[in-house]
Design a protein around this ligand. Structure first.
Ligand SMILES: C[S@@+](CC[C@H](N)C(=O)[O-])C[C@H]1O[C@@H](n2cnc3c(N)ncnc32)[C@H](O)[C@@H]1O
Length: 210
C-alpha cells in the first residue's frame, strides 16, 4: 500500500511546471492509486475503441503516456509498436520500466512536437484532455503527426469539460482535417475514487494535415 497523493495537488497546479512536478511526485503511487484503488479504466477504453480499425503492426503514439497504462493495454490487445511522450520524466521512467515502448520522449502537448508529419497510424491519449492538463491547441499537432486515414482515440473530461476542446474539435471537422468515427456515452472513469468524474471516449479519423 502506497501513500495516496492528495489530488488537489494536481487539480490546483497553476502552471505547466507545477503540474509536471506534481506528476513527478505522484509517479511511484500512480498505478496503485488510480488503477487499483480508484478503478480507472480510460486506458483500456481508448485502446478498445481504436483496436478494430488498425492492424497489429500499426505504429502508435501514447500521448501523455504517464506510467504506461495505455501501452500495457495496447500490447495486451495485440498491438506491437507503441511510442510514448509525456512531460513528466518520472512518469516516463515508470513507462520505460515496463519494457513495452519503443521511442520514449519528453514533450509537451500544446507545444510543437518533435515528430515528423504523418509519422503515426494512430494516437492514443487517456486522462490528458482534462482541466489544467494539455490545452486544446495540442490537437492540431496530433493531427499533423498522424497519417491521413489514421486514427486518434482519446478520453475527454465530460462533467467538467476542459476549455477550448469543443471548439477545437469542431474546427478540425469543419476544416476537413478529421472526421468523427464514434463517441461513447459518458462513463465514470474513476468509479471507486472520484465517482463524480465522467469522461467520454472520442475516436476521430484524420483526413489531412490541420
Ligand atoms: C492522469 S495521467 C494519465 C496517464 C496515462 N495516459 C494513463 O491513462 O494512465 C496524465 C498524464 O498527462 C501528462 N500531461 C499532462 N499535461 C501534459 C502536457 N501538456 N504535455 C504532456 N504531458 C502532459 C502528465 O504528466 C501525466 O503523466
Amino acid at each position: 500500500m502506497v501513500d495516496h497523493l492528495d489530488l488537489s495537488v494536481i487539480y490546483n497546479a497553476k502552471t505547466k511546471e507545477e503540474l509536471r512536478a506534481a506528476y513527478d511526485q505522484w509517479a511511484d503511487a500512480y498505478d496503485e492509486q488510480i488503477v487499483d484503488d480508484y478503478g480507472y479504466r480510460g486506458h483500456e477504453l481508448v485502446v478498445a475503441a481504436i483496436r478494430p480499425h488498425l492492424a497489429d503492426d500499426a505504429r502508435l503514439l501514447d500521448a501523455g503516456a504517464g506510467s504506461g497504462t495505455v501501452g500495457m493495454a495496447a500490447i495486451g490487445a495485440g498491438f506491437m509498436s507503441i511510442d510514448a511522450v509525456d512531460m513528466s520524466t518520472r512518469m516516463l521512467e515508470k513507462a520505460k520500466a515496463r519494457g513495452i515502448y519503443g521511442d520514449i520522449r519528453v514533450g509537451v502537448l500544446g507545444e510543437p512536437l518533435d515528430y515528423d508529419t504523418d509519422s503515426y497510424d494512430g494516437v492514443l491519449s487517456s486522462g490528458v484532455f482534462t482541466p489544467g492538463h494539455a490545452p486544446a491547441s495540442c490537437l492540431d499537432e496530433l493531427v499533423r503527426i498522424v497519417k491521413p486515414g489514421g486514427l486518434i482515440s482519446f478520453t475527454l473530461r465530460h462533467d467538467e469539460p476542459p476549455p477550448g476542446y469543443a471548439d477545437a474539435m469542431d474546427s478540425l471537422s469543419e476544416d476537413g482535417a478529421w472526421e468523427l468515427v464514434e463517441v461513447s456515452d459518458p462513463f465514470h472513469s474513476m468509479p471507486k475514487g472520484e465517482p463524480e468524474v465522467e469522461h467520454r471516449i472520442w475516436l476521430y479519423r484524420v483526413l489531412s494535415e490541420a
